[in-house]
Design a protein around this ligand. Structure first.
Ligand code: AMP
Ligand code: GLY
Length: 423
């Protein structure tokens, strides 16, 4: 089968790396891809949001399955366009992807169907939002309704911070039209986990739970990033808790989407806050997590292709997944300065030595090829991922690989996985 993977991050390299191991896959194209995806196939210079360009390419090449990495093409309706053209594609339709694309839609759906989440109020004008904040205790979390590149949720510890967030989102329009509406949410405490499941709209097949590290600095301090590292399994998510998450969140959400006339297929990613063994939804994403996909796919023992194909065409009830007995840890290496501004074009050293280690894969994210070198081209540059018998061993192995890689200004957290050892 010919596969097209859309996107250019570490998640997409992990998807391509895993799919390349399938006996049924003959060729993988990635659009636009990165030097890591080029190792396993061919990169095509079409942007992830160029839906017409991607569709024309898939038709011309006779692509058997397209797998969408990032959320933007999904919320723009790539699945609808491909379905209409008779092309098979993994992911939710535009209307179903609103679960990630609109916080207001997501909160209203959860409220209506009793899916556990933080209390909230929505606002379409800054004035009433300000009045509400004045009369409400802090902390609160203020969220732009639409997609904001992972920066649209602002945790506010004081009323002034909350008023500033309203100004930033609704008046200064820092996230454009994504900020025409906001959600003001109750602040939840606890520990976060990422719970992903693949679905064909009926069967909901859970993937192994993972935990991300969103903050830039050690000890979960500093501004949020796309994710500085992840591990799987997540000891916090016991088998009992997993069942609670499936019964109270994942299955009810897929059923609710069906009742709302927006049947959901693809992967559903729940960002959860867990306190006292009770999970609440912080957000839903309609795509695989990045970097969570890296450790999850490294643990998966089965061929990924039938999983994605069954989600796209039905029949997921016939599959069961084997996660083996091992643990995986991914440490993100980033450009100095990320998540603010950073330099690009710096030559990376030590990639081959690190990648040559047993049970280690160096997933590329913000990299580019230049004059025979691999150089930095984004904030999150690499996702170095190692597998071992325990999380402790996987942490050790992964950091050994990380230490072999260097470039000027490289930054990574030294405490990835540490919270798993405390659970
Ligand atoms: P979101 O984009 O909604 O997932 O939010 C990004 C991050 O903000 C989450 O991963 C949490 O760390 C934090 N966050 C979001 N909502 C809440 C909440 N209601 N209470 C506490 N922290 C939150
Ligand atoms: N790692 C967080 C995300 O993929 O949204």
């Amino acid at each position: 089968m010919k596969i097209l993977v859309i996107g250019s991050g570490g998640r997409e390299h992990a998807l391509v790396w895993k799919l390349a191991q399938s006996d049924s896959v003959t060729k993988i194209f990635t659009a636009p891809g990165n030097p890591g995806t080029a190792i396993h196939g061919e990169n095509v210079p079409i942007k992830a949001d160029d839906i017409e360009g991607l569709k024309a390419f898939a038709l011309k090449e006779g692509i058997d399955l397209t797998v969408v990495g990032p959320e933007l093409p999904l919320t723009l309706g790539i699945v609808d366009a491909f379905n209409y053209a008779g092309l098979k594609i993994f992911g939710p339709t535009r209307e179903a992807a609103e679960l990630e694309g609109s916080k207001v839609f997501c909160k209203e759906l959860m409220e209506r169907y009793g899916i556990p989440t933080a209390k909230y109020k929505k606002f379409e004008e800054p004035g009433p939002a300000r009045d509400y904040i004045e009369g409400h205790p802090v902390p609160v979390v203020i969220k732009a309704d639409g997609l904001a590149g992972g920066k649209g949720a602002i945790v506010c510890n004081t009323k002034d911070e909350a008023l500033e967030a309203i100004e930033l989102i609704m008046e200064k329009k820092a996230f454009g039209t994504a900020g025409s509406r906001v959600v003001v949410e109750e602040f939840l405490t606890g520990e976060e986990a990422s719970f992903l499941a693949v679905t064909d709209g009926e069967t909901v097949l859970p993937l192994a739970p993972a935990q991300d590290h969103k903050a830039i600095y050690e000890g979960d301090r500093g501004p949020n990033t796309g994710g500085m590292g992840a591990y799987s399994p997540a000891p916090l998510v016991t088998p009992e808790l997993e069942q609670v998450i499936m019964d109270t969140i994942m299955v009810p959400t897929i059923k609710a989407m069906d009742k709302a006339g927006r049947p959901y297929t693809g992967v559903l990613y729940a960002g959860l806050m867990i306190a006292g063994g009770r999970p609440k939804v912080l957000e839903f994403n309609c795509r695989f997590g990045d970097p969570e996909a890296q450790p999850i796919f490294m643990r998966l023992q089965d061929d990924l292709l039938p999983v994605l194909l069954s989600a796209a065409e039905g029949g997921l009830d016939k599959l069961k997944l084997d996660w083996g007995g091992k643990a995986a840890v991914c440490v993100v290496m980033a450009s100095g300065g990320y998540p603010e501004s950073y330099e690009k074009g710096i030559v990376l050293k030590g990639l081959e030595e690190a990648g040559g280690m047993e049970d280690v894969v160096v997933f590329h994210a913000g990299t580019a090829s230049k004059d025979g070198n691999i150089v930095t081209s984004g904030g999150r540059v690499l996702g170095v991922t190692g597998v071992a018998d325990s999380i402790k061993d996987a942490i050790e192995k992964t950091y050994k690989a990380v230490e072999k890689i260097s470039w000027e200004g490289a930054y990574y957290r030294r405490d990835i996985g540490a919270k798993a050892l405390k659970t």
